[in-house]
Design a protein around this ligand. Structure first.
Ligand SMILES: Cc1ncc(COP(=O)(O)O)c(C=O)c1O
Length: 402
């Protein structure tokens, strides 16, 4: 096979970069195995008990006894899977109960559950914005948002990250009468910064656009009822679509869209990533529904999570690390590394200490940054946050980052 016919040739630069990294002696940071998971905050990795600080398990619901009991009962009562699409044999009582839980959680009229959050963005964005329509989106949007744009036929107009006047200018250039969808996120997961949704929703509405906000990283935690950044900033009632996931605060897998739009239900027939895939297993929707209902009463846990976030941010800053935000804005604290080699080295040193964080690198990151992303959990104790800081100090000094 010559290079010209080998479809893998395009990956050669990435293969070379990966090999160069492994040649420096570090382990592959993208193939870690969780050998046993002990709790929302602890696992056995490489035979060692490890504190988990990179799982987005914000509210620690994965081991909640009520959630686990609901999953076990659904497994016994309904079997291991639906073997079908939501529009054929794949809607069970549990899927409807899960959508009811979401409607109650967000106080909205409609809820549609997808098999992942990725598919929720893919489906809703590609289906809503068609030929002749415009999607205006933050340039740092999640891959699932970009893939939703790529799957549809609308014009895609990115604007500078979190820049309200750039959004306004882009909206102003769209031809009169065209359909407009503005796509925003509440929390941006790479740096852990939040969007100025109040201002962005105002300029979007003034331009006659519909607004979709992905609240994947804020559900259950930000806002008086945990409904996200739009709720926190008092504009949830003007947001047309909220997208979310069960893979973070809810503690399982799945995705959803909630809305008050009167014609919303038609999407169930036309949204391809909803129609042409099997629905979530009964045990998953049962755990999700139970978790969502418990998150409605999570005020104490939310307060503790904020304390953890503030404590970690202040501690890392005091140690001399460069962080993604001046102040903590969410449960994600991003530590900016000078380059991929140092990032991988400190990632490995932390793992040897017994701490797991996410290593993130381009193209997933903004401005070609290498990041150590920390996501806190409401179940991390004050003592654990103290231990985490000590581990960062030792690893940072050993690698020469601080
Ligand atoms: C902002 C955002 N949207 C959507 C998703 C996709 O969620 P899921 O893991 O449910 O596919 C993620 C997860 O990485 C995300 O960070």
């Amino acid at each position: 096979m010559t290079d010209g016919t080998d479809l893998f040739s395009k990956f050669d630069p990435l293969i070379a970069q990966r090999q160069a990294l492994l040649d420096t002696g570090v382990k592959d940071p993208f193939s870690l195995v969780m050998e046993k998971v002990l709790s929302p905050t602890r696992a056995i990795c490489n035979g060692k008990e490890t504190i988990l600080l990179g799982t987005y398990n914000y509210m620690g619901m994965t081991f909640d006894p009520d959630v686990i009991a609901a999953g076990k009962k659904a497994l016994d009562d309904y079997g291991s899977g639906t073997t079908g699409s939501r529009v054929l044999n794949g809607t069970y009582a549990g899927h409807k109960a899960c959508e009811e839980a979401l409607k109650d959680f967000y106080a909205m009229d409609h809820a549609m559950v997808f098999s992942t959050g990725y598919q929720a963005n893919l489906g809703i964005i590609a289906t809503l914005a068609g030929k002749g329509d415009y999607i205006v989106l933050d340039i740092d949007s999640h891959a699932s948002i970009y893939d939703g744009c790529a799957m549809g036929n609308a014009e895609v107009v990115p604007f500078r990250h979190n820049d309200v006047s750039a959004l306004e200018k882009r909206l102003g250039r769209i031809p009169e009468g065209a359909g407009k969808l503005v796509v925003l996120e509440g929390v941006y997961s790479m740096l852990g910064d939040i969007a100025p949704l109040k201002e962005m929703v105002a300029v979007s509405k003034a331009a006659g656009a519909m607004v979709l906000v992905d609240e994947a990283h804020s559900m259950g935690f930000i806002g008086p009822n945990g409904r996200g950044v739009a709720e926190e900033q008092g504009v949830l009632d003007q947001v047309d679509f909220v997208i979310g996931t069960f893979s973070k605060s809810v503690g399982t897998v799945g995705g959803f869209c909630v809305s008050n739009h009167p014609k919303f239900e038609i999407l169930r027939l036309v949204c391809r990533p909803y129609v042409f895939t099997a629905s979530l297993p009964p045990s998953v929707v049962a755990t999700a529904a139970t978790s969502i209902r418990k998150l409605m009463h999570g005020t104490n846990k939310r307060a503790h999570l904020w304390e953890n976030s503030k404590r970690l941010h202040a501690g890392l800053k005091a140690l001399g690390f460069t962080l993604g935000t001046e102040e903590p804005q969410s449960a994600i604290i991003a530590v900016i590394m000078p380059d991929l080699e140092k990032g991988a080295a400190i990632w490995e040193a932390l793992l040897a200490e017994g701490l797991y964080v996410n290593l993130a690198r381009p193209p997933a990151t903004p401005a070609n940054m290498t990041l150590l992303r920390c996501s806190l959990c409401a179940e991390h104790s004050e003592e654990e946050v103290g231990q985490i800081l000590q581990m960062f100090e030792r690893a940072g000094k050993a690698v020469g980052v601080i």
